[in-house]
Ligand binder design. Structure first.
Ligand SMILES: Cc1ncc(COP(=O)(O)O)c(C=O)c1O
Length: 402
């Protein structure tokens, strides 16, 4: 658009120039954050939509109730009870435009610019940006291959409080974490709950990958382990189905929900998409989860096996995920995965540099690799290509023997 009016000097203090990005796909695209495209149930969603429209299509002329379509809230409350042991009435389920909006409104309800919030040492970049754009002091708590290290969290909360920076809440992705691919065992979650009670810090639990498990058992949700109302639970239909639906939800105590509502970006969650989701999942939830697991398992296995074959003995480590979309590659210190990202893309491999996810400014030698999007063959070959590229750059030396 050619314009003559100038907005110079009129922008808000927190507005940041963010050019529209045009996603580019590498030959082996491990940078994306999509669930597997091969199991998207297009026909099932269309059938579900038709069923919903026949039942209540005439209601599309109205805005739905403020917390979203009733049939989908009923389904979601039942799913939370069956899958996560969380007890919530349909009225306590709040539908949002993806879990991104759920996180956004809860962040806004609970924090002001200058406040401190704790996240895992590496955290989903969307939430990190939401926090930072709001002027939050984000502090990452140390993790290992089982997620948050409880003792380190306790120490961090004590230190921050002593400095007058008592955290407003802990944001955590305990199941198939984005970006690190780890799941926190129930025992650790219980320790974290005790620590949070001790410090009087609530928990914002982001469970958006829970349906994408292909190995082992889901660990108990924070929101089922704690019944005092200290946990706010967020989840999504983006990863179980597709992000394009823009449907997520949260369950929180009424006093929190009533504050969060005021920060919504639009009236109510997408009614049209809600009909499709409820219509499809009511009859197909388990089948669809089985399809997802059948697709994700071999893809993860191909990537992890190829990591072993190509990165074994170099001092690199990686997560062996039981679900979700990601593994996390940690190269030896000094491997600048952030600086190498464009050259790796030109060599055919897309990944996201670890530093993008790091509130504390570390992670330069790490990369998030998505195994969900490409085929198992491409996962195998793409990892081999990444190793070849890094070798060409001189970063694939054998690790010294212990
Ligand atoms: C941990 C986590 N939370 C929230 C989201 C936002 O997803 P959506 O808004 O599509 O539900 C994502 C997307 O990648 C995510 O990884």
């Amino acid at each position: 658009m050619t314009t003559t009016f100038s907005y110079e000097g009129m922008f808000s203090a927190r507005s940041k120039e963010t050019p529209v990005s045009h996603p580019r796909h590498a030959t082996f695209d491990f940078a994306v954050a999509y669930p597997p495209p091969d199991v998207v149930p297009f026909d099932g969603l269309v059938d579900g939509l038709r069923k919903g429209l026949e039942r209540e299509g005439h209601d599309l002329v109205y805005y739905t109730e403020r917390n979203g379509n009733e049939a989908l809230r009923e389904f979601t409350a039942q799913k939370l009870a069956n899958d996560r042991g969380i007890s919530a009435t349909p009225d306590e389920v709040f539908m949002t435009a993806g879990s991104g909006e759920a996180n956004f409104v809860l962040i806004r309800a609970l924090s002001d610019p200058g406040d401190t919030v704790i996240t895992e040492q590496y955290v989903y970049v969307g939430t990190l940006n939401q926090l930072m754009n709001h002027g939050i002091n984000v502090v990452g708590t140390p993790i290992d291959d089982q997620g948050i290290i409880p003792e380190a969290l306790d120490e961090l909360m004590t230190d921050l409080t002593a400095q007058g920076k008592k955290p407003k809440f802990l944001y955590t992705i305990p199941e198939h974490q984005n970006p690190t691919g780890t799941t926190m065992p129930t025992a650790r979650r219980k320790q974290v709950i005790d620590i949070c009670h001790k410090h009087e810090v609530p928990i914002l639990e982001d469970d958006c990958y829970v349906d994408l498990r292909f190995d082992g058992e889901a660990q108990e949700a924070y929101a089922s382990l704690d019944t005092t109302g200290m946990v706010m639970h967020v989840a999504s239909y983006s990863k179980l189905l597709v992000p394009g639906l823009r449907l997520g939800y949260f369950v929180a105590p009424e006093e929190v929900t009533n504050r969060a509502v005021g920060f919504r970006s639009s009236g109510t969650a997408n009614h049209f998409a809600s009909l499709a989701v409820e219509g499809y999942l009511t009859d197909h939830l388990q089948d669809h989860k089985d399809d997802l697991a059948g697709s994700l398992g071999p893809k993860a296995n191909a990537m992890v096996t190829s990591l072993g074959e190509n990165f074994g003995g170099t001092g690199a480590t990686w997560a062996v995920p039981q679900g979700g979309c990601y593994t996390w590659l940690t190269m030896p210190e000094g491997t600048p995965m952030d600086e190498l990202v464009d050259e790796a893309f030109d060599a055919g491999v897309g990944y996201l540099p670890g530093a993008n996810f790091a509130p504390n400014g570390d992670g330069q030698n790490c990369a998030r690799l998505c195994f969900a999007y490409e085929t198992p063959e491409n996962n195998r070959d793409g990892i081999a290509r990444l190793a070849e590229f890094l070798d060409g750059k001189g970063y694939m030396k054998s690790a010294p023997a212990d």
